[in-house]
Design a protein around this ligand. Sequence first.
Ligand SMILES: [Fe+2]
Length: 240
Amino acid sequence: MYDIHNHVLPAVDDGSMGMRMSLRMLEQAILQGITHVVCTPHANDRAAEQADELFQHAFNRLVAEVKARELPVQLGLASEIMFGADLQKTLSHPFATFLGGGRYFLIEFSRETPFEIILNVVRASRRWKLRPVLAHYERYRYACKQKSQPERIRAEGGILTLDAGSLIGQFGKPMVKVSTKLIEWECVDILASDAHDDDTHGFCLKQGREAVALLHSAEAASRMTIDNPRRIWDNLPWPG
Ligand SMILES: [Fe+2]
C-alpha cells in the first residue's frame, strides 16, 4: 500500500518526536503492508525557504537510517500546506508538491471553512496547472452536508482523501459517521494514515482498508490504498 499523508519525519512538526520514534512508526507501517510512504510535514508554521532546507535535511537522515537497517519501505517527500494568503507563493517551493513532481500538492483547511472557499481553492489550483489533494475532507463540516458538495469538488479537479483513523473511530463517533457517509457516496479517492506517532495515532491503513472493504468493496479499498495513491507517487496524470 501507499501512504501519502503522515508526520513521520523526525522532529519537524507535531508528529514524530525524533528518529527513534520515526523508525518505530515505519516498522509499524511495514507490518501493515505499506511499501511506499510520502512524508508530509506541516509547512504552515515556518517560512517556505526554511522549510525546504529543514525538511530535506530530516528526510535525508531518515532515508539513511532506513537504508542502514534495510527496512523494506520507500520514502518520498512532500508537505501538508495549510490554506492561507500566501498559497501560490508557497506552492512555488520544491517541498510543496509530491516528490517535487510539480503536479499534486496536499492542502488542509481549518474545520469551519465554508464550502465555497474550498471550491474556489480547487479552481484556482487548476488554473495554476496543479491538482489539490484535500487532506481529511471529512473534517470540513460545511463541505460534507450533501453529496453534491464532494461531487462538485471532485468534478472541478480536487482529489479527496479521508484519514483512516476517522473511519475506524480514533476521533469519535461523529467522524465515523461522516467518513462512512463519504465512502457510501463514493466520493473518497484516497485513504491516508495521517500518522503522528507510534501509539494511538500511528499508521492504520490496514484497518482503514478493511473497513472500506466491509462498507463498500475490496476493489474500492484497493483503489484508495494502492492504485490512486500510486498515481501520485508516480506523478502520473489524474484520470478525467
Ligand atoms: Fe496531517
